[in-house]
Ligand binder design. Sequence first.
Ligand code: G3D
Ligand code: MG
Length: 186
Amino acid sequence: MGVFVSIWDKLFRKEDNNFKILILGLDRAGKTTILEKIQGKMEGEPVPTIGYNHQKVVMRNVSLDVWDLSGQETMRKIWKHYFVDTGGIIFVIDCTDCSRIELVRDEMNYLLAEPELLEIPILILANKQDIPEAIGVDNLRKSLGIVEEEHKRPIKIQEASAIQDEGLDSGFEWLIKILSNEEDDD
Ligand code: G3D
Ligand code: MG
């Protein structure tokens, strides 16, 4: 653990209590809605993200430098340019968008295999659970082929409805706990 923590310090922590977080996922998954919800200033409808939104969010004394990157096909190719110094990833999935679930799995696997992101915690938000036809966490887990316990990195699939502000607090608390625990081990 000690070796891991010192690697963590060198690679991912820019300064004490400050972590860079990327919100990734396909377009229309709900990424910008989530960023706006956690900022607590949801006004009107989210506009499609051109490029990125970047905000600092402070939660439980931890400062998160959050980057909401566009999920459109052409923009997904530039995600890698933002990977450096990333402390955590929030991967958002529209659970009603079953026709693109294989594409979601491919993008997820790409992130999991990315050398620059090894060991980084990933919070998967299974979004749009307020819609009746949304697939639940168990089916999503099967579709993605992810077994959290078998991963070397911390990974959690959390049911969420960004629009109803459900599941976000639990998800972010998990992520902050993971980030803070590393700090506690200093
Ligand atoms: P993106 O940033 O990942 O591209 P957005 O996604 O945050 O722009 O959201 C895309 C659409 O999904 C928006 O709808 C938004 O209101 C909706 N949405 C986001 N989260 C949820 C959710 O939890 N439940 C439901 N029902 N809808 C959600 P519009 O139609 O305004 O473009
Ligand atoms: Mg967006």
